[in-house]
Design a protein around this ligand. Structure first.
Ligand SMILES: N[C@@H](CCC(=O)N[C@@H](CS)C(=O)NCC(=O)O)C(=O)O
Length: 425
């Protein structure tokens, strides 16, 4: 018999309210006597001689009375449990199929982005507007590259907040942390929700309204809603408008290596954590969690030799890895069942994350309160009680400012960088 069964069967009898014994000494009257089991026949006898106090209304005893009325006293609790379990499981499946589409093995399959673009016609470059949400790791990529390239003035941003149904809405809310970005109103279109913005595009749209989304305010068009395209565009396509045009996070000499890293990190880590959290079968979860931790182990090893993924230069591949790492202990470790290890248990990965966090302008893009809220409060099928756990140690802003000492890994021999194979495959 499991605990739930025990609880249900013992709740058949209501516990009488505790009354202090007036005949006992004052000190002993403060102590509550352990409740004695009460038998049904004792209650029946008492009711002949005296008027017992009616028990206080208690939702458990109400449920008990209803189940007794429906099925009688002999109801096997196991039947009730299996009925509730079957109903909950079917409802959960239904909700999950909307939240996270899956393949026949019930493994999560991320829908492809609908709007792709890596180039913007010159005449439209001055009308760009970026839509993001702070909990989202894909949107976070775009905020980091925008900040590093100094595109804040050239590409204004509207920051949506997650609504209770998981869609994105605009409201001015202030997080107590003044040093990070916060949700805003829709500065480009004055809409209440992101869905409205998508819908208002020339030609209309009724599909998934995801962040990040790059908008052309002149033609009222969605330019792109694929994060990697947007960061490539910010990196090299808007240099005439950027305050930091000299920074190249995807130089031709490293392009192939960046692509190799992306092809390992995207399925196993970036999307890998979602494959764990959104798996709808044990088999799908097992495959995802093994891929994830095998890759993290190998990255841990690689980063013990190299400051960044491609050597001693920060690239787009690092930005993409960072936005997953920064959410790992805050959300994925618990909510997505990525439980084999915490990021804090990987010294090189944790220091690497701190190294990137400490690059000027990166920390302000990380709003930990909203990241946690966004995951725990809105992914209802994964956390129906909406209870948000406490921030784990090692993930607070002051902890991430600890020295990372990774400067000592700078490559002395440039040839070593050139031959540093992507060693994770
Ligand atoms: N492949 C897209 C994924 C974007 C994405 O899935 N964004 C999520 C937030 S993390 C979203 O907006 N979901 C809302 C929805 O699916 O309706 C990208 O990299 O930009």
């Amino acid at each position: 018999m499991n605990c739930t069964t025990t609880l249900l069967s013992s709740s058949y009898l209501p516990t009488p309210p505790f009354k202090p014994d007036s005949s006992s000494s004052s000190s002993s009257s403060l102590k509550r006597a352990p409740p004695k089991p009460i038998r049904r026949h004792v209650i029946a006898k008492m009711s002949l001689n005296q008027q017992p106090q009616p028990p206080e209304p208690d939702p458990t005893s109400l449920l008990t009375s209803v189940t007794k009325l429906l099925w009688g006293r002999s109801l096997p609790p196991g039947f009730l449990i299996s009925t509730v379990r079957t109903a909950w499981h079917s409802t959960w499946r239904l909700m999950m199929s909307q939240l996270a589409p899956s393949d026949p093995s019930l493994a999560y399959t991320r829908p492809p982005s609908r709007f792709r673009a890596t180039q913007i016609p010159r005449q439209n470059q001055t009308a760009l507007h970026l839509y993001v949400g702070l909990p989202c790791p894909w949107a976070h990529r775009t905020l980091i590259v925008r900040a590093l390239k100094g595109l804040d003035d050239a590409v204004p941003v509207s920051i949506a907040a997650p609504g209770t149904d998981g869609s994105w809405e605009f409201k001015n809310t202030r997080d107590p942390d003044p040093d990070t970005l916060n949700p805003t109103r829709d500065k480009a279109n004055g809409c209440k929700t992101l869905k409205e913005v998508y819908k208002s595009r020339a030609g209309g749209y009724d599909g998934r309204s995801t962040v990040p989304m790059l908008w052309d305010a002149k033609s009222k068009q969605v330019v792109c809603n694929e994060s990697y395209d947007i960061i490539e565009l910010f990196n090299s396509g808007l240099n005439e408008l950027a305050r930091n045009p000299g920074l190249d996070l995807s130089p031709p000499s490293l392009k192939q290596k960046i692509e190799e890293w992306n092809s390992i990190i995207y399925p196993n880590v970036n999307n890998g954590v979602y494959r764990c959290g959104f798996a709808q079968s044990q088999q799908a979860y097992d495959a995802a969690v093994n891929d994830l931790f095998n890759t993290l182990d190998k990255l841990e090893d690689h980063l013990s030799h190299f400051r960044y993924l491609c050597g001693d230069e920060l690239t787009l591949a690092d930005v993409c890895l960072f936005t997953t790492l920064i959410r790992f202990d805050l959300a994925y470790n618990v909510l997505f069942k990525c439980t084999k290890r915490k990021l804090l248990e990987y010294p090189n990965l944790h220091a690497y994350m701190r190294d990137i966090y400490q690059i000027p302008r990166v920390a302000e893009t990380c709003n930990f309160t909203l990241i946690m809220e966004g995951y725990y409060k809105t992914l209802f099928p994964l956390n129906p009680g909406s209870i948000q756990p406490i921030i784990p140690s090692g993930s607070e802003h002051h902890e991430l400012r600890r020295p990372h000492n990774r400067d000592s890994l700078l490559l002395k021999d440039k040839n070593a960088a050139a031959t540093a194979a992507v060693s994770v495959s």
